[in-house]
Design a protein around this ligand. Sequence first.
Ligand code: GAR
Length: 199
Amino acid sequence: MLTVAVLISGTGSNLRALLEAARHPDFPARVVVVGADRDADGLAHAEEFGIPSFTVPWHEHDSRESWGEELGRQLAVWTPDLVVLSGLMRLLPPALVAEYSPRLINTHPAYLPEFPGAHGVRDALAAGVTETGASVIVVDDGVDSGPILAQERVPVLPDDSEHSLHDRIKPVERRLLIDVVRRIATGELPLNTASSTLS
Ligand code: GAR
């Protein structure tokens, strides 16, 4: 059984979808802990599902490295096989990336390498594209630049707002995330050779 830690910053709707999938007896992975960089609304999902959680408040640290060290200490307690960034709106420091990558994956609301960064949906709208997408990637030291594990296109509609477009992207993200976690757990998607075999 693959053990998974999930890190969030926001509402945790993708986290919730993973928790729902993972409670099915046939699902080959379990969420063992949820962490956040703030008092995120999504921590309520962990509580509802009886999953332990922790918060490492960003504003209580004077550097990314110090914050990352504490985050690393909290994660280490659970020895997760996989760490999922599911709406964590912070870059991890290189030391933490080095410790977990490629067992460190991220969901992103755009068709990478298009529109990386914190505003993937807004940037796609501003660019006037007719389609964007959702991606699940391995985290590396860049910004949303790691090997792509799964991605799918989502059309942009003429009257889309950032909110309506993001609302249509998220269900796709959830499906991709759950499928990627399942395939990692079954060994169908090997991560130890991520950079050479996954594209
Ligand atoms: C998701 O769309 C996720 O891809 C995005 O934040 C949202 C979190 O939603 N992450 C990024 O944009 C990271 N660059 P949720 O809290 O409802 O799951």
